[in-house]
Design a protein around this ligand. Sequence first.
Ligand SMILES: C[S@@+](CC[C@H](N)C(=O)[O-])C[C@H]1O[C@@H](n2cnc3c(N)ncnc32)[C@H](O)[C@@H]1O
Length: 201
Amino acid sequence: MDRATEYFDRQAPDYLAASGRWPWSWLRRAESAAVLGLVGRISGSDVLELGAGAGYYTRALLDCGAGHVWAVDRSPEMLRQMRSDRITTVLGDVADVRVAHQFDAVLAAGVFEFVSSAQQVLANASQHARDGAWLVVLYSVPNVWGRAFRAFHARHDVDIHLYRREQFDAAAAAGGWRAVEAKRCGLFCTAARYRKGPAPA
Ligand SMILES: C[S@@+](CC[C@H](N)C(=O)[O-])C[C@H]1O[C@@H](n2cnc3c(N)ncnc32)[C@H](O)[C@@H]1O
């Protein structure tokens, strides 16, 4: 098992509770306001969530009206925290997992930091998305706080990746995702929304 998965397996039982404690609670509020603002109302859609963790956004997606969420993660302990008949947990790598379903909506929050190729993950998301589907992402940027976040993960031997917006947008475009909107949020994150397919004429 890789070091990031070992780390998240260890964190899993307390992960959601930790989200409610300062300073994570403050960051969570700022980031989730931006992410969920970009998600909007979902009205019964099936959603693919990549890097779902213990289900913080999975629950929020259901609260926003999602009909069912397929929650993908590499950490079995994280997935074990989720219990709902409206969630299908999928143990797999976001870069190459195959879910036998096509989606109108994809969310990937806080996972790109831990992957070796954001482009591969975005291309895999695209393979699971219908034309016109939306994708909302949350990723960390290389400012002073982002570098502090990287130093925090280096302490448990996990190397993370930070992205400038133009770099992330280019990786998304290579997977067929057109940038629609982006917002800086929290101390070191960008939340962004994309659409699959060409811009309307
Ligand atoms: C920072 S947590 C975020 C979890 C969740 N999205 C949230 O906001 O609470 C990152 C998650 O991504 C998962 N992860 C990291 N790399 C992954 C990969 N290559 N494939 C699947 N999951 C991965 C980890 O196991 C962890 O649960």
